[in-house]
Design a protein around this ligand. Structure first.
Ligand code: HPA
Length: 264
């Protein structure tokens, strides 16, 4: 495996946080140096936070759906997860996520780095700017966080650069439509999302991305396309086929993450 230490774009003092999604409960090559149970003013994160070493570079890993029992996308405590990562000093978050492909380029098995989001979720705790807890972050004058471009440009460039050097194909754009779940979509819902300009559909990118922005962290999603979205294939979507695809796709994602030993 090629190590990209010294990649031109490295920024100083970055600490990488990795949020593992479905089928991505860790990276075999991670060397876990410490497991930390963190509590936050918003409650407990989905899992312990693992301090890991990536080619000697410290990073922090969190399992979005928890280890053991599976937390459904609408029940994830996104605020606790993001707060805990920030609390441990994370500056840059790479969020892994399984998605369904809507537009033709996003074929099953591909990896994508979306550049936009449309949020179709509802009822989730989606901001740190409410009255629940009086935190330092509230010293900001306004809760109207700038979010025109939800994914961090520099972080995306770093990932794309690593992809290029390692020869792992990654689609360098895409609109991620976030649905509430846990059920999958109807074919008509997917048609509507297609008309909206959505390329891939998943259930977890929001409010995660917005919360990271509220706390000043850089954030990017590495999406693994694990099925054609509802109505886009003759076969119904099955968890069995998703898991089969994940086995291969996760491997590519692991390699990409390992190559990001210097990120920023
Ligand atoms: N829809 C929503 N979320 C998903 C899908 C899908 O088709 N595949 C993986 N996560």
């Amino acid at each position: 495996m090629m190590s990209l230490t010294g990649i031109q774009m490295k920024r100083e003092n970055t600490i990488l946080g990795i949020i593992g999604g479905t089928g991505f409960e860790g990276v075999p090559e991670f060397e876990i140096t410490r497991q930390q149970v963190v509590n936050t003013p918003y409650g407990e994160p989905s899992s312990a936070l693992y301090r890991v070493s990536l080619h000697g570079n410290p990073s922090i890993f969190l399992s979005r759906h928890g280890t053991g029992s599976r937390i459904m996308p609408h029940q994830i405590n996104y605020r606790a997860n993001i707060f805990a990562l920030r609390d441990l000093g994370v500056t840059d978050v790479i969020a892994m996520g399984a998605v369904g492909g809507i537009t033709p380029q996003f074929t099953t098995g591909s990896l994508a780095l979306p550049d936009q989001v449309i949020d179709y979720t509802w009822g989730r705790e989606h901001t740190f700017f409410d009255n629940a807890v009086d935190l330092d972050i509230r010293t900001r004058e306004s809760g109207h966080t700038e979010f025109a471009y939800p994914y961090d440009h520099h972080l995306r460039e770093s990932i794309l650069n690593c992809a290029k050097i390692t020869g792992i194909p990654v689609i360098d754009h895409g609109v991620y439509g976030v649905t509430q779940g846990p059920r999958l979509e109807t074919a008509a819902e997917i048609d509507r999302m297609d008309r909206d300009g959505v390329d891939v559909v998943g259930m977890t990118a929001m409010p995660e991305a917005a919360l990271a922005r509220e706390l000043g962290m850089s954030y990017a999603t590495l999406a693994m396309v694990v099925n054609p979205a509802a109505g886009r294939s003759d076969e119904p979507i099955s968890m069995e086929s998703i898991h089969q695809v994940l086995e291969n796709t996760t491997d590519k994602a692991h390699q990409l993450l390992l190559s990001l030993s210097s990120v920023g």
